[in-house]
Design a protein around this ligand. Structure first.
Ligand code: HEC
Ligand code: HEC
Ligand code: HEC
Length: 394
């Protein structure tokens, strides 16, 4: 198995995904296993962004109405259709035997969702070239378009009329994960599409914000909810044969391990990640447990949870000293360093933070290469990290 090098932590910033995404690049060893597209999992966008862009609505210059400007000028989602027209996409398409990536559902389902909607539901003027637009995240707008501008119309009214409640982290994670976690293995194995890894906190930070988060919301909470939702999505994908088992099963186990160790309020039951044979029943159970965890994470989070979770995760060196397949250990390490990155960032400023942070850099370096991963070296440095973290957790 070929493990691609992880980038260093500094390359990894401004946050998020790259590092995980390349965890285990597909190797030709596994050929195409599943031609099923995941179209049905992507959100169902009705109508286009055009209607939202007038200057009196979301297309103005004032802070309260700049959403369309921010999205169209700075957010990669507005360019996701254009990506399908690049040379890289042409190469992918060629490898996959796709004639035109700009119109093929195997690409448009995530890069240009409007192309996958029945024409009758698309607003006149709206085009697939909008890419991932307002309705892809906020939900089809037929129910709320007419009324949502009324001054007496509250957020709750809009949600009741069918707008997705993206203020709720669980609902938000569910919106993003549809396009950001599971991908047809052939696209990765044959087409060399980046493997996808969903991580809500990092990816939320990376998306140019056209909104304000509620006061005092912790990135750690978004991180936790996102991990649970990613795990649920992976469980679903594995159970339904949508994923490359050889690549995804170790990642699934690693994430199950992490969530289990991180659990902030009580010991979760029946996870299944620890079993040698993972059956569809385990996966279904994992899905349900992950769903509940995500819900709890979104409903209840306190700054103490961040501290508790960090302390628990820093205390896992025994797991790296126990006998386990090295691929699994490497996948755990990878998940763990990314978790530390987000959780450390969520702690209040402290002059002792840089020391813990530079020890985390060491851990990142050790987790960099899957073939060379040494669980015992990692365990040793993890203990040192735990020591440096301690004063920050009091
Ligand atoms: C309808 C599918 C879809 C939905 C829903 C979606 N995205 Fe994306 N996202 C994409 C695609 C496609 C790209 C790649 C764009 C490109 O470069 O062409 C992308 C790219 C990104 C990127 C930059 C690349 C990366 O992975 O870091 C970020 C950050 C991101 N999305 C965050 C989010 C967040 C946060 C949400 C939920 C609030 C979300 N996305 C919802 C399809 C989607
Ligand atoms: C399941 C949703 C999904 C499908 C289906 C999908 N993509 Fe993507 N694509 C993404 C996301 C999300 C990203 C951003 C990932 C990242 O940057 O790590 C992305 C990134 C890319 C990139 C890299 C963009 C960059 O600048 O880094 C290219 C090229 C691309 N996709 C082309 C395609 C093509 C061609 C197809 C069809 C053969 C396709 N995608 C199908 C979700 C999808
Ligand atoms: C990739 C996902 C995504 C896309 C695309 C997107 N949004 Fe959002 N939007 C969000 C998230 C997440 C929030 C934060 C939750 C909230 O405040 O409701 C948000 C918040 C908002 C808000 C509330 C602002 C506030 O501060 O309360 C408005 C208005 C909005 N978006 C309009 C738009 C418009 C108009 C478009 C298209 C031009 C758009 N959004 C495209 C994800 C998205």
């Amino acid at each position: 198995m070929i493990g691609e090098k992880l980038t260093s932590r500094s390359n990894w910033h401004p946050l998020g995904r790259r590092l995980l995404v390349i965890a285990l690049m597909a190797s030709e060893m596994f050929g195409a296993t599943n031609g099923d597209s995941l179209a049905s999992k992507c959100v169902n966008p009705v109508y286009g962004a055009l209607t939202c862009s007038t200057s009196s609505c979301h297309g103005g210059a004032a802070e309260k109405s700049r959403q369309h400007v921010i999205w169209s000028q700075r957010d990669v989602h507005s360019r996701s259709f254009a990506t399908l027209g690049t040379a890289r996409s042409a190469r992918m398409a060629e490898a996959l035997g796709i004639k035109d990536p700009l119109t093929d559902q195997r690409c448009t389902t995530c890069h240009a969702p409007i192309a996958t909607v029945e024409t009758g539901l698309v607003m006149p003027g709206a085009k697939a070239s909008e890419g991932v637009s307002c309705v892809s995240c906020h939900g089809p707008l037929e129910g709320w378009l007419r009324n949502h501008t009324r001054p007496d119309y509250t957020h709750a009214d809009r949600v009741a009329a069918g707008m997705r409640d993206l203020r709720d982290l669980n609902a938000r994670a569910n919106a993003c994960v549809a396009c950001h976690q599971n991908i047809d293995p052939a696209l990765v194995n044959v087409g060399r599409h980046p493997a996808l890894t969903f991580e809500l906190d990092g990816q939320t930070q990376e998306q140019p914000k056209h909104w304000r988060e509620p006061e005092g919301r912790s990135g750690a909470q978004a991180w936790f909810v996102g991990q649970a939702v990613a795990w649920r999505e992976m469980s679903w994908g594995l159970r339904n044969g949508h994923l490359d088992t050889q690549r995804e099963l170790p990642r699934w186990r690693a994430l199950g391990w992490l969530i289990h160790r991180a659990e902030f309020d009580r010991k979760p039951d029946g996870f299944g990640w620890e079993f040698q044979e993972v059956t569809p029943t385990h996966l279904a159970l994992a899905e349900e447990n992950a769903r509940q965890l995500a819900r709890r994470g979104a409903d209840t989070w306190t700054p103490e949870n961040t501290i508790r979770v960090l302390a628990k995760l820093a205390n896992t060196s025994a797991d790296f000293r126990a006998a386990s397949p090295s691929l699994l250990q490497a996948s755990r390490a990878e998940r763990l360093v990314l978790a530390f990155d987000r959780l450390l960032a969520a702690l209040p400023p402290d002059p002792r933070k840089p020391e813990a942070s530079s020890q985390l850099d060491r851990l990142f370096r050790l987790a960099q290469s899957i073939p060379d991963f040494s669980p015992s070296d990692f365990a040793r440095e993890l203990d040192i990290f735990a020591q440096k973290l301690k004063p920050l957790l009091n």
